[in-house]
Ligand binder design. Sequence first.
Ligand code: C2E
Ligand code: MG
Ligand code: MG
Ligand code: MG
Length: 291
Amino acid sequence: ARKRDGKNGLRMFDAGMLDAARERHEIEQFIEAGLKEDWFEAWLQPIVSLRDGQIVGFEALMRLDHPQKGLLPPGKIINIAEETGTIGRIGDRVLEKAIRHLATISKLDGTQDTYLAVNFSPLQFEFTLPHKMAALLLKHHISPHRIVVEITEAVLMLDNPEVHAVLKQLQEFGCRIALDDFGTGYSSLSYLNRFPVDIVKVDQSFTRSLSSSTGDVRRKSRMLVKGIRTISHQMGCTVVAEGIEVKEQWQLLRKLGVDYGQGYLFSRPMPISDMLTMLENESEAKTSAAI
Ligand code: C2E
Ligand code: MG
Ligand code: MG
Ligand code: MG
């Protein structure tokens, strides 16, 4: 990144580049330390039925919790981890923690009803994944039917037969496959044809447009969501809307026939300890309402 320029033939890095390089180096070190010191966590965000707001599942969202520097969101980590090849090890950690959390929740609420959705990077679909998944589920007494593997079209875009075989194996084992951020990629619709996904997650940008201040945007996004919902249902998929922040979006999405949703309106992502407290308070509230 050195350019020939100016009197001495060299131009210094500009401050922005230096900052970016320094930040990147720092994050690489956090990742290594995080793997060594066990700072990677799986936070959980509830997914609810839009009909009645009842929790149907949880999405696991990776957080790197540095004891001094605080929380690093996945947006800062994943690209770098993919480039340096640490994403596989990180993914294994997050998957194990998420499955363990689901088992803990099941112990608390005494049911096996809720599901767990986990995000996967394209690089994680190695032939060893189905075996790893099976071993983890066995260890934590979780049925594969409760696991949803979230992929983006980047995974299907690879058009890699080995990746497809891994997806197929996971599905035959009982896991469901969700297509995340649907509608934002290059040719989302064509991906519905490439692999038989079970769940379509409508990207949060559609949810946001539903309550845009511009009438035309609101009207068009309603049509888009309705179209996606219709096609997905006809293909036998469950539809989940992301990024629900206000009641109006919930009501509209429910009217448009969307099955499930998640977003700050219902709950932010949180660590397992906070989630257990929230679930406990909810069930107490229900019990006292019944008495
Ligand atoms: P995603 O899978 O589409 O996850 C949804 C993102 O939206 C999460 O951001 C979540 O915190 C955020 N969100 C949830 N509700 C709302 C809302 O009402 N409003 C708004 N504005 N945002 C909301 P997060 O946790 O920063 O994750 C970002 C992305 O990083 C995820 O997008 C996913 O693609 C990726 N990711 C997260 N965890 C993992 C992981 O364990 N492995 C891999 N490979 N990728 C992950
Ligand atoms: Mg996701
Ligand atoms: Mg998404
Ligand atoms: Mg997203």
